[in-house]
Design a protein around this ligand. Structure first.
Ligand code: SF4
Ligand code: SF4
Length: 236
């Protein structure tokens, strides 16, 4: 039953991938030009100012950032979940939380881990290797339509050349995200769900509390032990 449903989803996404690959770049570029955009480097999208500033990213993007910065994976990414680990119904019989994909680690104040401190600047410390989501912000494509997120720079003048460049990036991102989701479904092996609660462990050494996640992504499944209330993640 599950395999049939999975095959159905993969087939649907396969069709969406073909459609996405055929999106007319000039149509998207002219929409972007009509909307207008110039980044004012206010930093609001990277900080916890617009509310949800989670940056979802693929395993490949994590690797690129790791290569560039020398950071290890758990310093870059954490399981893509709501902030409160109790808010989930994807718990297995071992009390572990199952999630799909990764997001950039944030500081305790909610700002992205890679933005400079507010009293220094709004500079991104990994600008040249920042994830696709950041590169295309505030634009994204969903169900073949161009959308925008909250942004101070919308409505600003933009050149046709710049619109074309953003259009190319936003289409590439859409195609890459669909491809990544297909690979995730192909690798996903399911798990035994439970109605029990999440198991929280306490370290005898320092009293810190942890939960265990199983993160499913386009490369398979990974265990991540995450400290409650922010802090260190340990990822297998
Ligand atoms: S919110 Fe918009 S203008 Fe401000 S930094 Fe982000 S992209 Fe630039
Ligand atoms: S990676 Fe850079 S651009 Fe993206 S949210 Fe973090 S600081 Fe902002």
């Amino acid at each position: 039953m599950y395999d049939k449903y999975r095959s159905h989803l993969i087939r649907e996404l396969g069709q969406e991938l073909i459609d996405a690959s055929n999106i007319n770049i000039r149509t998207i570029a002219s929409k972007i030009e009509e909307i207008g955009f110039s980044c004012l480097t206010c930093g609001k999208c990277c900080r916890c100012i617009f509310g949800d500033n989670r940056v979802l990213l693929t395993p490949l993007e994590i690797q690129v950032i790791a290569n560039r910065t020398g950071n290890i994976v758990h310093e870059i990414a954490t399981p893509a979940t709501p902030d409160d680990p109790e808010i989930t119904n994807l718990i297995d019989t071992g009390g572990r939380i199952h999630t799909f994909g990764w997001m950039l680690v944030r500081k305790n104040n909610g700002d992205c881990n890679f933005i400079e401190s507010a009293d220094i600047s709004n500079r991104c410390r990994i600008y040249d290797v920042r994830p696709m989501l950041c590169r295309t912000y505030p634009f994204y494509i969903q169900d073949m339509e161009l959308h925008t997120s909250e942004c101070e720079g919308l409505g600003q003048e933009i050149t046709p050349e710049e619109s074309l460049k953003i259009a190319r990036d936003v289409i590439d991102r859409y195609v890459a995200e669909i491809g990544d989701t297909i690979a995730l479904y192909e690798k996903f092996e399911g798990f035994d769900a439970s109605l029990e609660s999440v198991v929280i462990t306490t370290s005898p050494a320092d009293g810190k509390r942890h939960v265990t996640y199983i993160v499913h992504d386009s490369e398979g499944s990974h265990k991540a032990i995450v400290e409650l209330n922010g802090g260190t993640n340990f990822i297998d």
